[in-house]
Design a protein around this ligand. Structure first.
Ligand code: AMP
Length: 223
């Protein structure tokens, strides 16, 4: 996969969206005893929901589907499956976004079967309605056209993977890059500016992986 439509999401957006989501939960009169974060994308929203909803109990389940930015793995799996007794408890399962919905469906089914809460509802910041196999009970933003949201907690991971794809594609005809050329091409491809700190970190990872080599301030594609 090459160029993908991408939007940069800021920390401020996340706080605002989480607050908006919390208001929806509160207004529905659902008072969870426990919040369950879907690792890893649900961690920050779940923690913020604990704050906005005044919930003390926060636990986690790792359900993984996408292994790298904008590239889905074959299927979702529950990692580190453990037993827990949530009987009598109202739970709120929280994630960043429902895209295919595979990882949330898997997490929901696992929790209902093994942890047996009295009630389980699902809240996500975003819901990609045309592609999702699941509609969360609460969502803050409905997305009607697929896009990759570049969340602040995957900024380096995404920048690295996007840059890797860009270089391997462009590397067919361009082997030597300056820092400014790499950043310029990235901006042209993805139209998001992650800032110099993240560009430099991503380039450092590309060097570590042997994809780029640095000589006299120029980066050589070694793909
Ligand atoms: P899914 O199982 O397809 O609903 O997605 C699983 C996880 O992958 C989500 O909780 C996100 O952390 C990540 N993800 C999937 N699609 C996107 C997207 N369009 N933008 C940002 N992150 C995404």
């Amino acid at each position: 996969m090459g160029k993908v439509p991408t939007r940069l999401v800021s920390w401020e957006d996340i706080v605002e969206w989480s607050r908006g989501l919390a208001i929806k939960v509160r207004e529905s009169n659902y008072k969870p005893d426990v919040i369950i974060a879907v690792a890893r994308g649900g961690f920050v929203p779940a923690r913020l929901l604990c704050d906005f909803l005044n919930v003390e109990n926060l636990i986690s389940i790792q359900s993984q589907h996408w292994t790298e930015a904008a590239k889905a793995a074959e299927k979702a799996i529950i990692k580190f499956a453990y037993e827990l007794d949530l009987s009598g408890k109202k739970a709120l399962l929280v994630d960043d976004i429902v895209d295919t919905g595979e990882s949330l469906i898997l997490a929901r089914d696992f929790i209902l079967k093994h942890w047996k809460p009295a009630e389980l509802r699902i809240a996500t910041l975003q819901w990609i309605s045309p592609v999702a196999k699941l509609k969360p009970d609460y969502y803050y933003i409905e997305v009607t056209e697929w896009i990759w949201f570049q969340y602040p907690w995957t900024r380096l991971e995404d920048t690295f993977q996007f840059m890797k794809r860009m270089i391997s594609e462009e590397g067919k005809h361009k082997k030597v890059w300056s820092y400014d050329e790499l950043v310029g091409k990235f901006l042209e491809w993805y139209e998001i500016d992650v800032g110099e700190k993240y560009f430099r970190e991503a380039i450092r990872l590309l060097i570590e992986e042997g994809i780029l080599e640095l000589h006299d301030d120029m980066y050589y594609y070694r793909g």
